[in-house]
Design a protein around this ligand. Structure first.
Ligand code: CP3
Length: 357
């Protein structure tokens, strides 16, 4: 940990503002880049911490969460940090039993299936019940040179975990509740959207300079169901975060058919997965919004020339228009070679500085 403030160079000064400027569609010296899941098991430093502590212990110990957040900042030259936490943490104070099991992922042993279950959710005060998250944010702001991104899951994605009790393929239980018990489904999303909006506002008060909402599984839905069951609740979370005065990134996967509705729900920046060519996605949304994406995370396993070719294709599709933040189309995968991740960051900076400024 760095204790003494070192005077920063001009290059560091521009790096500090690149990400936030791009969120506002202002011109930048080079395309900013960060990665979803940039802290994690693909890094030896992370695995070392994980040998001694569970994922939940890391999340609940501000010193450890801050340390793990800093690891990719030290190892890569990324333009933003993302707070180390998990989208499912707010379920704990709501009264659900959450654990993470090796190789399986999150497990919720007390899933929500009925209106009765929704009514039993505890009333919570996010500032107090998730105080460890706010504490990690305050620690990080004292240490970081680049902007800090906070996040939460979108109401649908968090609800899907709460209803299924963990990861799922077809989301049959979630859709069954939506189609067979719509009042209970709406009540759950309404409750979660209030909690998630409060949670983002609390993170912003604690010091995060941008937030992202992850709607990782919403692509499972057809547009009419998104409009009826999801959009009002995502809108509530996005609007409250935007009103708190920071850029808001709205991300989902498999969402090409939902992009227009998702944009209507809100977001300063729209995130794409890798399935949609970035220029096509941007055309669907219109140029009055910034975009983030969208290299296939699997491309990081390719030989360097192929990897660079694919990163260049993303940059060529963005064509130097103000308002592009380079990222993957989803999170970094386990076993990703760290040197390839670092090489992409440098390539994005060098290529965009040379071609688009
Ligand atoms: O991006 C970052 O570096 C910040 C940390 C972060 C984590 N989870 C830590 C974590 C973020 C942004 C998340 C978000 C998250 N969590 C999402 C949305 C993003 C996405 O990938 O779609 C979702 C769906 C979850 C729920 C979750 N948490 C799952 C499905 C899993 C298990 C799958 C896996 O990758 O192992 C987790 C566990 C989890 N959360 C890990 C990390 C680094 C796994 C590593 C570990 O066990 O140490």
């Amino acid at each position: 940990m760095q204790l003494v403030a070192v005077p920063s160079t001009a290059e560091e000064e521009t790096q500090k503002t690149r990400f936030l400027r791009a969120c506002m569609r202002q011109p930048v010296d080079a395309t900013p880049v960060w990665f979803m899941r940039q802290a994690g098991r693909y890094m030896a430093e992370y695995r070392q911490v994980r040998e001694k502590h569970s994922l939940l212990e890391i999340c609940r110990t501000p010193e450890l969460a801050a340390e793990v957040t800093m690891q990719p900042i030290r190892a890569l030259h990324v333009d933003a940090a993302i707070l180390f936490a998990d989208i499912l943490l707010p379920l704990i104070p709501l009264g659900l039993e959450l654990s993470f099991s090796e190789g399986v992922g999150p497990v919720i042993s007390t899933p929500i299936r009925t209106m009765e279950d929704v009514r039993k959710l505890r009333l919570i005060d996010v500032e107090a019940d998730l105080a460890y998250v706010m504490q990690a944010i305050r620690m990080l702001r004292g240490e970081l040179q680049v902007p800090l991104i906070g996040f939460c899951g979108a109401p649908f994605t968090v609800a899907a975990y709460a209803i299924e009790g963990g990861a799922s393929r077809g989301f049959l239980r979630t859709k069954s509740m939506m189609y067979s018990a719509p009042d209970a489904f709406h009540a759950l999303l309404d409750r979660l959207s209030d909690v998630l909006a409060d949670y983002l506002v609390a993170q912003i008060r604690a010091g995060v300079q941008a937030v992202q909402i992850f709607d990782s599984w919403v692509g499972e839905l057809q547009p009419i169901d998104y409009a009826t069951f999801i959009q009002p609740y995502s809108h509530k979370v996005l609007a409250r975060a935007q009103a708190a005065g920071v850029p808001v990134i709205h991300f989902g996967t498999n969402t090409t058919h939902l992009l227009t509705l998702m944009k209507q729900a809100g977001g300063t920046v729209m995130g794409f997965d890798w399935r949609v060519p970035l220029n096509d996605g941007w055309r669907i949304l219109g140029e009055d919004v910034a975009v983030q994406g969208n290299l296939d995370p699997a491309a990081l396993f390719a030989p360097m020339p192929e990897l660079k070719r694919r990163a260049e294709l993303v940059l060529r599709r963005a064509a130097g228009r103000p308002g592009h933040i380079f990222n993957l189309g989803h999170g970094i995968l386990p076993n990703t070679p760290v040197d390839h991740v670092r090489a992409v960051v440098d390539f994005v900076h060098e290529y965009s500085a040379a071609h688009h400024s």
